[in-house]
Design a protein around this ligand. Structure first.
Ligand SMILES: *Cc1c(COP(=O)(O)O)cnc(C)c1O
Length: 377
């Protein structure tokens, strides 16, 4: 006799890591907010998307392929991988494409972690790290971040704290640079010093989702580091400055050996045809990248000045977003802003209950946000 269904039975059947998972909370889509409140003309500064939209070359590339999507994509994504290898001056054998760079984070985790293993990352770092680590039942060793009153990098990664969390079970260390949701960063010399102290049997995942927005003199020298650190996996994405978040495409650069490992666990067609083509075309539009970064720099200056004038503590940032301490319940303020058609990101799920993270928008969006924020405070 089959036993009868009891509420919660299937959750109990899930692996213990999965049972303890809290699903990732994405930024609220504009359509959802407008449907719920019956309003229009809202703006979304919640998910670090590029407000300029994609390159027209990417849009054309997608249009040109729309009639051949009956075919499977190139599983290895040769053309895109080849172009990425050129761009970074590395061998194609080290490139792995992912369905967003999140896919790569998951591949690394599935390939290298078991319930006997641990991964190290900092407090206030990217929400996907604990999710992928827990999903495989592995342990998260969380390092203390710098304190809020730190002179230069409040809430930023503390290299010594990260090292102190490494133990015999550690197989992966995740470092986002700049970090999301804080925007904080480590300089190349500090990062390299950190890597020097990490054993070669620990995979270093250096998440560079926002690297294009960084000041030129502190951009990590990827090629040089890949030659020096065989345990390094650098991840990058087309979701941020390349403005293809909706397509889901990212990649990693590593040694050929690690790429081979990742290739064994990835789905045969993990990246789709349209995403590959749009990413490939986007790489030809450097002007769009430059324009996006310039707009971001200007917007950053405008917002930081406004926050300072309002007496709001804002974290230093090298990304396309700024996190601010609103000195009240961030979730409540977020709700107030929502009612006025402005979507930002509460970060209580990152253990930052008094903070909001604001994506830097167009000048018009930034002005509207500041005006609305002043009304709500
Ligand atoms: C946005 C972001 C990513 C990108 O994720 P995709 O899956 O490529 O869209 C990766 N890492 C961090 C830290 C991010 O903030």
């Amino acid at each position: 006799m089959p036993s009868s269904y009891l509420e919660g039975s299937y959750l109990k059947l899930a692996t213990s890591g999965v049972q303890q998972l809290t699903p990732y909370q994405p930024g609220k889509p504009v359509e959802e907010l407008e449907r719920e409140l019956g309003i229009s003309g809202s703006i979304k500064l919640a998910s670090n998307e590029n407000p300029l939209g994609p390159s027209s070359l990417a849009v054309d590339a997608i249009k040109n392929l729309s009639s051949v999507i009956n075919y499977y994509p190139d599983g290895g994504g040769f053309d895109l991988s080849n172009k990425l290898a050129d761009k970074h001056d590395v061998d194609i054998s080290g490139i792995t494409l992912g369905n967003g760079s999140n896919d790569i984070l998951e591949l690394v985790t599935r390939a290298f972690l078991t319930p006997e293993h641990s991964a190290v990352f900092s407090e206030y770092s990217f929400a996907v790290y604990p999710i992928v680590v827990q999903a495989v039942g592995a342990k998260a060793n969380i390092a203390k971040a710098f304190p809020e009153d730190h002179a230069t990098m409040p809430l930023g990664h503390d290299p010594e704290a990260l090292l102190s969390q490494i133990d015999d079970s550690t197989r992966i260390i995740f470092i986002a640079n700049p970090n999301n949701p804080t925007g904080t960063w480590l300089t190349p010399s500090v990062l390299e010093g950190l890597f020097d102290h990490i054993a070669k049997d620990i995979i270093i995942v250096l998440d560079l989702a926002y690297t294009e927005y960084m000041a030129e003199d502190i951009k990590p020298p990827i090629k040089q580091w890949l030659e020096k650190f065989p345990n390094l996996v650098v991840t990058q994405t087309f979701s941020k400055v390349y403005a293809l978040a909706g397509l889901r495409i990212g990649y990693s650069i590593s040694s050929a050996e690690i790429a081979d490992v990742l290739n064994r666990v990835r789905q045969p067609f993990n990246t789709n045809m349209l995403a590959q083509a749009a990413a490939l075309a986007s790489l030809d539009d450097n002007e769009h990248v430059v324009k996006s970064v310039q707009m971001n720099d200007k917007g950053k200056e405008f917002l930081q000045k406004a926050f300072t004038e309002m007496g709001l503590l804002h974290l230093p940032t090298m990304g396309n977003f700024i996190s601010i301490n609103v000195k009240q319940d961030g979730l409540a303020l977020y709700q107030k802003l929502l009612k006025k058609g402005v979507i930002v990101r509460p970060v209580a799920n990152y253990a930052m209950p008094e903070y909001l993270r604001i994506t830097i928008g167009t000048q018009e969006q930034n002005e509207r946000f500041i005006e609305t924020l002043k009304q709500c405070l």
